[in-house]
Ligand binder design. Structure first.
Ligand code: FE2
Length: 712
């Protein structure tokens, strides 16, 4: 009898950017973020759509899964939360009231929620947050052994960890603990400069080259104490994220000549200088960490993960000026990538399966999401009656290149969708990088976003070294480098400092995309195209043909390519907005229908009683009510306002009760205990730098395979 293959499902959820990944005997079959299905950017909800996609790709049912592994341990995270409130109570009530209901309702009951959501009966495991990041960074890398550095906002207690990966073994050695976090420090500046925390960090990085790092010393002298080994401690007088709903305190403002920039208001030179300053601090911290880790581990290669690893300017500098010969950053380096990391940890650590590093002929592929066959796309377009043209395979690249050469902006959808935040030629908007106004056109007419941010170039790998100061490939767009020619030949993809976030495209990793750039090069002599994600501001990257067509029609895009089909804007009829009954959601409508039918059916009982007992009035009244119920079931829009009002009232009552109980707990237990501890001089977490300390690194408790079975 053939041995059954082992299926592992990795899940990340409930913080930001939920995702799922499935391994089949260690092979990555699928990995995708939930936001791509729900169309809610950075969706943190339970990734039921992503899981469904993983299961269908693996052609299995939920109970064929041998292990489900969650990317984080909920109990230590809850512990960190409680100790944070104890450190600041009686301040912090608004944040307490916001955080606790979610914890009490969901996060503390993860196994039950996973079982209920999925109907799953098998084993549920929990990896440590930074172990999952480390696994996501190391296992898919091309290195047989390497140092590992994971830096994010926070996961359980850890904010940064480093260690060693060798074959299938990962040993984290040291870590920094909350609230001492490079990620949270960067996010505080993201907040202060008016961008959205957890998604606007790359905007701040994009703003940095426009400013001068005039506040670098101010930051290092007041806000963060950085030791020579790269370990750091924040001065919490300047932050409010422990118990407030803001990232920074009023004292923070005094260092930067005024309050934070209100979102969507004009960006001034001050914000640019602040961006340059925090970027400089981040880079110098990462360099110090790099040298320390190099000395501690003796490894010449480094794998990076965690949200801060997506700061490709800092990674580029670490590569140029740091001690490592090679650095590898997993394209889904943030929490979404940890669904993959957690699953790989089960495969290699728990099941002790051997690992062979990926190599040039077998590189890690980020194309792990849904794809749509030409037949499906054709059927979609025909059903919608959308004008389109079929390209034959021999002419496909040439036809698309002609569009680019004519200055058209092209939506490009081909093959499996990318895992992680970058569009790498499967769901991209592409254009000629030489046009003076290309950047502004894409920014203002398509992306509807700030004009300062540059686009990334996708370059033919064989030409990359001629155009850019590159000495290695960058297939995942995780490296920043500089254009060799200083004459600003590619204004759409170069920053003011001549830097570029490059994607090198080879036939081996994305042949269809390479063919298009190659055809464009043959036509124009330019081996580069603009490559930006296929979405509009505030929306996730498109996933389906429906998403792609809607985005194409709602923006100033000129041409849409979906596999071998091409659509021209001038041939398209106006887009009809999708509407459902009176704007009600499908779920609401289903729920109203169900309730109305139940109501109508229950009314039939008194009708029957009335008929048998000759009480015609009773039968008449309930008969009319049953008819009303049926009418609402047929057209639910009649009852929608009543339904919504009842839901609103029920929610308000529930909320009021929960606020009351939680407030009582906060002031009768948390605040007195916190105050008492502080009276004894014991603050549960560090709030101030320690000038005497040589280092803030703490030992990481070794995690064995048993650790995966624990929620703590
Ligand atoms: Fe993380």
């Amino acid at each position: 009898m053939k041995n059954k293959k082992i299926q592992i499902l990795g899940i990340s959820a409930y913080y930001h950017d939920s995702a799922a990944c499935i391994l089949n005997d260690g092979k990555i079959l699928a990995a995708v973020q939930e936001e791509r299905f729900t169309r809610v950017k950075n969706d943190a909800s339970f990734p039921r759509n992503a899981i469904q996609y993983c299961l269908s790709t693996a052609n299995c049912e939920i109970n064929d899964i041998d292990f489900i592994v969650f990317y984080d341990k909920p109990i230590p995270t809850f512990d960190r939360l409680l100790l944070s409130y104890l450190s600041i109570a009686p301040a912090g009530l608004p944040s307490w009231l916001r955080a606790m209901p979610l914890w009490l309702k969901q996060k503390l009951h993860l196994p039950q929620i996973i079982r209920k959501e999925l109907g799953y009966e098998g084993e549920i495991l929990f990896s440590e947050h930074h172990e999952a990041h480390a696994a996501a960074a190391f296992y898919p890398s091309p290195f047989q052994e390497a140092a590992i550095l994971t830096i994010d906002g926070v996961g359980e207690w850890a904010t940064t960890s480093y260690g060693i990966g060798k074959a299938e073994k990962i040993d984290l050695l040291n870590e920094l603990h909350f609230p001492d976090s490079l990620g949270l420090l960067y996010s505080a500046f993201t907040y202060f400069t008016g961008f959205r925390v957890n998604s606007g960090e790359y905007k701040l990085m994009g703003l940095a080259p426009y400013g001068k790092p005039i506040y670098e010393d101010v930051i290092l002298d007041n806000i963060v104490d950085v030791k020579p080994d790269g370990s750091l401690r924040l001065n919490m007088e300047y932050f409010d994220f422990l118990g407030g709903l803001r990232m920074t305190s009023h004292k923070f403002e005094s260092l930067f000549e005024g309050p934070r920039r209100e979102p969507e208001t004009k960006i001034s030179q001050r914000e640019m200088d602040i961006a340059a300053s925090i970027q400089a601090v981040t880079e110098s911290v990462m360099l110090k960490m790099g040298f320390h880790i190099f000395n501690e581990t003796g490894m010449e290669k480094l794998c990076l993960a965690g949200g801060v690893a997506l700061n490709c300017t800092a990674v580029g500098r670490l590569l140029r000026e740091g001690p490592f010969k090679e650095i590898w950053v997993q394209p889904a380096a943030g929490d979404a990538g940890s669904a993959l990391g957690a699953a790989l940890l089960v495969w290699h650590r728990l099941l002790e399966k051997k690992r062979n590093a990926q190599d040039e002929n077998r590189p890690f592929s980020p194309y792990l999401g849904p794809s749509y066959a030409q037949d499906e796309i054709k059927a979609f377009l025909e059903q919608k009656n959308v004008p389109h043209h079929l390209m034959d395979a021999g002419n496909r690249a040439k036809i698309i290149a002609e569009q680019l050469a004519a200055g058209k902006i092209v939506g490009y959808m081909a093959g499996r969708m990318e895992y992680g935040p970058r569009a790498l030629g499967a769901r991209s908007i592409i254009a000629d990088p030489r046009g003076e106004n290309t950047k502004d056109r894409i920014n203002l007419k398509i992306k509807f976003r700030e004009s300062f941010r540059p686009f990334a170039p996708a370059v033919m790998q064989e030409k990359a070294y001629e155009v850019f100061e590159l000495d290695r490939t960058s297939p995942y767009m995780t490296l920043i480098t500089h254009v060799r020619d200083q004459r600003n030949m590619y204004p759409a993809v170069t920053h003011v400092d001549n830097s570029s976030r490059v994607q090198t495209v080879a036939t081996g990793n994305k042949k269809d995309f390479h063919d298009v750039i190659k055809a464009f090069h043959e036509m124009t002599g330019c081996p580069i195209v603009v490559n930006t994600s296929f979405n509009v501001r505030g929306e996730p990257i498109v996933c389906t043909p429906d998403d792609a067509y809607a985005c194409f029609m709602k923006t100033g895009m000129d041409t849409l390519v979906m596999e071998d089909t091409i659509l021209f804007k001038e041939e398209q009829p106006p887009l009809k907005e999708k509407t459902s009954e009176a704007g009600a959601s499908e779920t609401e409508i289903r729920s109203i229908r169900k309730s109305s039918l139940t109501f109508a059916a229950s009314c039939m009982v008194p009708v029957a009683i009335g008929l048998f007992s000759h009480r015609m009035l009773l039968s008449l009244i309930f008969g009319l009510l049953a008819c009303a119920g049926l009418a609402v079931a047929i057209s639910p829009v009649f009852l929608k306002p009543v339904y919504q009002a009842a839901q609103f009232a029920a929610n308000r009552i529930r909320l009021a009760l929960s606020v009351l109980v939680l407030t009582v707990v906060f002031y009768t237990i948390i605040s007195p205990v916190g105050l008492f501890l502080r009276l004894l001089g014991k603050t549960p977490i560090h709030l101030r730098p320690d000038a005497q300390a040589k280092s803030y690194w703490l030992n990481h408790q070794p995690a064995d395979k048993e650790n995966l079975y624990k929620r703590f």
